[in-house]
Design a protein around this ligand. Sequence first.
Ligand code: PHE
Length: 518
Amino acid sequence: MKISIKTEHFAILQKLQKIRKPIEARSLSEKLKIPYEKLMSGAIFSLEQVGLAKFQEEELELITLTKEAKSYLNLGLPERQIFNMLGKNDRKEVKLLDFAKEIEEKLNFQKRLFFVGISKMKKNRWILSSKSMGYEQIFINKESPEKTEEEQVLDLFKDKISYSLSEIPKKLREAINSIYNRKLVKKNKRILRLVELTPKGKIITKEELQLIDEEINLISSEMLKDGSWKKNLSNLKNYEVNALGPNITAGKYHPLTIIINEVREVFHSMGFEEIKGPIVEEAFYNFDCLFQPQDHPAREMQDTFYLKNPAEGKLPKKKIVEVIKNTHENGGTTGSTGWGYKWSEEIAKKMLLRTHTTATTIRRLSHITKKTKLPMKVFCVDRVFRNESEDRTHLAQFMQIDGIVIGENLTLSDLIGQLVEFYKRMGFDKVVTRPGFFPYTEPSMEVSVYSKKLGAWLEMGGSGMFRPEVTYAWGVKDPVRVLAWGLGLERLAMLKLKRNDIRDLYQSPIKWLREVSY
Ligand code: PHE
């Protein structure tokens, strides 16, 4: 059976046959004077459906000049402008500082720009300098120097306002980097659609096609009554049963939300209940209850965001505060010697953004009573804050997965069992624990999982059994013990979502978000 296409689409097919190579959809739409959307969803879509055309998406980095660089287009880069000034009236040498003033007056270049120019001129060996007179003098070293690679790059922009990297001649690519570092060019991401005919589309002729002026995609009751539908059989639009539905870009869950929900499901399936706690915490719950001494480095300003308003929070009942104080100072009744310093209520009252969700599990522990049914298993997956500079693997705001199990005669093997089971249900077969250290657990373990894709072990977080210094205050004593852990969420998410920049999870590259399914 002949392939049928609309006559107007055939005209476009012929144009594409002439063009031969892939063409950018936008320039095609300009060439044909057909609006872009109409071209893509009409002709190209239909030709694609019948296997005559295809299109690819390509993410391109477009390089354009900054405003500063545009002002150099006609006059030349600062080094060239300054060099031209230097050579005026057959001058061969000049005192650097006098020259700076001259340039400031004549070219209106600020000192900074002047010195950038001078250093470039030296690097290009257009000039030499000497301090033998007790001040810096510069001399012309080349009479009329050839254009540097940076200048050649600039010249490219006289013909066209933007280039993709692949359009830049290979020998100038390095110069692009240096000119980028000079803030003379910007790089912008753009998605290009390249339209191209399939091998079949390239050679198909009019005779092999069924051209239809108007396609009938709905048979009306009139057509049925007067029988005209029979006459138009060849104009009936065919069903394309293999066609994929359109890519739905409507609202959907964010990939990170999906993973958070998966974490929740896994813990629920293991018999845990979810708990929530305040993001704005007292240092008391974030640090003191966890037996972190008040001069602990993690409490310092560079790690913890302290609040100005309210700067002070509330502490629980006096009796409890007294127990925590004693624990820190001398160990209290826990059998420990404590840290041996003077504990301050003021420091414990400070308000902060919680630095770990262990603040929330400890709050839950603090509500335990004699009536609480054991074992008790709770988890918390939520946001935490640390004053870190952001990069590929760090954010100042991220998520943690904390959990505790309170029960009689629990052991380290139970803890390992819970962690291994959690990661197994999350899709990671291999888990390893190594000795670690936290002020609030003994023994403590670091937890790593194996990523098949990366062929490496990746550290996921910490865990351990809460020390008596942490549990006694709430009446939790041997043989009742508390297993605890605090795991990173984003690293797990990055592995599962195959992203290698943590910022992708929060700053949302739109192309990726459109592609990921529910
Ligand atoms: N709170 C620790 C962290 O943020 C992790 C941890 C939680 C360790 C519970 C032991 C027990 O890294």
